[in-house]
Design a protein around this ligand. Structure first.
Ligand code: HEC
Ligand code: HEC
Length: 438
């Protein structure tokens, strides 16, 4: 099965020159061929999506923890990012007739529906299955969640459209916020009021948690549901969150934290635009839809009429879990990892804006290279935020390796297991930086 890229449809060459406006006033250009490996040579490579189709399409966020995935060389084909000039194939034929998945409370200050089976977001007869009006999707560069596999869905209200932030068409929205612009990034998807985003967390096919992230008229709210052992339903978690012991994908005991409702908004904050995955750079990949069609996600959503305008191309993030030398560069993988795992807080106007860890921001503007930390040296005298060539003296890595929040762990919430893949990428990246750009 061939994956189809949204932006090579209509016979356009995959080498066309694409420019991504990543920051206000800063344009980064590269050829698409640089970031999109040719699919022609990778037909025999198992695809992560296909491998996992037996567990309902969960992705491989827990790649390090998942024997089936680590055994296979995850190169080009695994990312769903391969380009093809084949005719378009759409994973979904038409928009669902009726949206059943609505916000779990009529108003943000009311108690949410107590049982997941009663939300309309799952099949009441078998709550493990999504309701038919949900659209499944996957992101290119996922959040590390302690080795859990994930499934993601979106529920868009009947008739409503998604608007994509576009600095070319609407330069006003891209001014600094004090001049009336918005802080959210180019390519972010502004989802309509009433949208419900759904994320399942699983280990070895067993559902542990379902998170709903919901757009109310004035703000967003997050809810967590805890699955029962029989896998028959999930109960709303108290607003303060919950910690419990679970069995992970390798059969070991692991502590699992159901984030509090305030925790959700630390990462899903207003500065980023609240929702995190729905974004042109995260969605430009193919997906193995339940229809059996492997189609590009943006092309499929355009086909069913979900956007209010054509979606402009941006340089996609890359799948940082890919191994092998023929895939994306180590630099792009590291920067994609930092963008999705750290960049929601470390950005201008973010929770800690002294550093900027977003994709596409030049190294000298990230404010890390050879710069003293403000928040402690992590016990290493002379350490820098990023010490060129020396990961052991770089607090950004030391914090990814720290045991817990008390000892400075980053991110400081919703994770307790270290991310071996991320640590290796960031460590190798720091080693490769021999001097700081002026
Ligand atoms: C440590 C930061 C962090 C915390 C805390 C967090 N999330 Fe997320 N969440 C993310 C990131 C990053 C993504 C996008 C990448 C992905 O899906 O892997 C995401 C994706 C999601 C999605 C899919 C839609 C979207 O916006 O991308 C849902 C639903 C979601 N989170 C719900 C919640 C809820 C509910 C809570 C609180 C109970 C929560 N999250 C807490 C970082 C966080
Ligand atoms: C939920 C928001 C959030 C996320 C996600 C997050 N951080 Fe942080 N980070 C903070 C805050 C707030 C501080 C300042 C308070 C502190 O030191 O703990 C901080 C501090 C830091 C510092 C110290 C800078 C200094 O000047 O001393 C570094 C380095 C850092 N983070 C790196 C990272 C990395 C790398 C990631 C991703 C792997 C990450 N952070 C993810 C919120 C976040």
């Amino acid at each position: 099965m061939k994956a189809v890229s949204r932006f090579t449809l209509g016979g356009l060459s995959s080498r066309k020159f694409v420019c991504a406006i990543l920051l206000v006033g800063m344009i980064s250009c590269r050829t698409a061929a640089e970031s999109k490996p040719d699919s022609g040579t990778t037909a025999a490579v198992p695809d992560a999506q296909t491998d996992l189709s037996s567990n309902g399409g969960a992705d491989a966020d827990g790649a390090g923890d998942h024997a089936m995935l680590t055994d296979a060389p995850l190169i080009d084909g695994g990312s769903g990012q391969d380009a093809s000039t084949d005719a378009a194939e759409f994973g979904i034929a038409a928009r669902a007739a009726k949206q059943t998945c609505n916000p779990p409370a009529a108003q943000i200050d009311q108690a949410p529906v107590a049982k997941l089976s009663a939300t309309g977001c799952v099949d009441p007869a078998d709550p493990k299955k999504p309701a038919p009006s949900l659209i499944p999707y996957d992101v290119i560069s996922p959040l590390w969640s302690d080795g859990a596999d994930k499934q993601r869905f979106m529920a868009i209200p009947d008739g409503a459209k998604i608007h994509v932030k576009n600095c070319t068409l609407e330069p006003d929205t891209c001014r600094p916020s004090f001049m009336g612009g918005t802080t959210i990034d180019e390519g972010h998807w502004i989802l309509p009021v009433g949208t419900v985003l759904v994320k399942n967390f699983l280990f070895a096919n067993k559902l542990i948690e379902t998170r709903l992230f919901v757009r109310y008229p004035d703000m967003w709210a997050g809810y967590s549901y805890e699955w029962n052992d029989q896998q028959t339903d999930a109960d709303i978690v108290d607003e303060n969150g919950l910690t419990k012991d679970i069995v992970n994908g390798s059969g070991g005991a692991q502590s699992w934290y159901f984030p509090s409702r305030n925790d959700c908004l630390e990462c899903h904050n207003e500065t980023v635009g609240n929702s995190l995955g729905p974004d042109t750079r995260q969605f430009d990949r193919s997906f193995n839809y339940p229809s059996g069609v492997m189609g590009n996600q943006i092309a499929t959503l355009e086909h069913i009429g979900l956007f209010d305008a054509a979606v402009a191309h941006l340089t996609p993030l890359v799948d940082y879990r890919l191994q092998g030398s023929s895939g994306p560069s180590a630099e792009d993988k590291t920067r994609s990892y930092l963008h999705s795992n750290c960049g929601s807080c470390h950005r201008p106007d973010g929770n800690y804006s002294a550093i900027d860890l977003r994709f596409g921001v030049p190294l000298q503007m990230m404010k890390i290279c050879n710069i003293d930390p403000n928040k402690g040296d992590q016990g290493v005298t002379g350490s820098k935020r990023l010490f060129p060539g020396d990961p052991t003296k770089s607090v950004m890595l030391l914090r990814m390796q720290a045991a817990d929040k008390k000892s400075g762990r980053m991110p400081q919430l919703a994770t307790s297991v270290l991310d071996a893949t991320g640590i290796r990428l960031v460590s190798d990246w720091i080693t490769s930086i021999t001097s700081c750009p002026p």
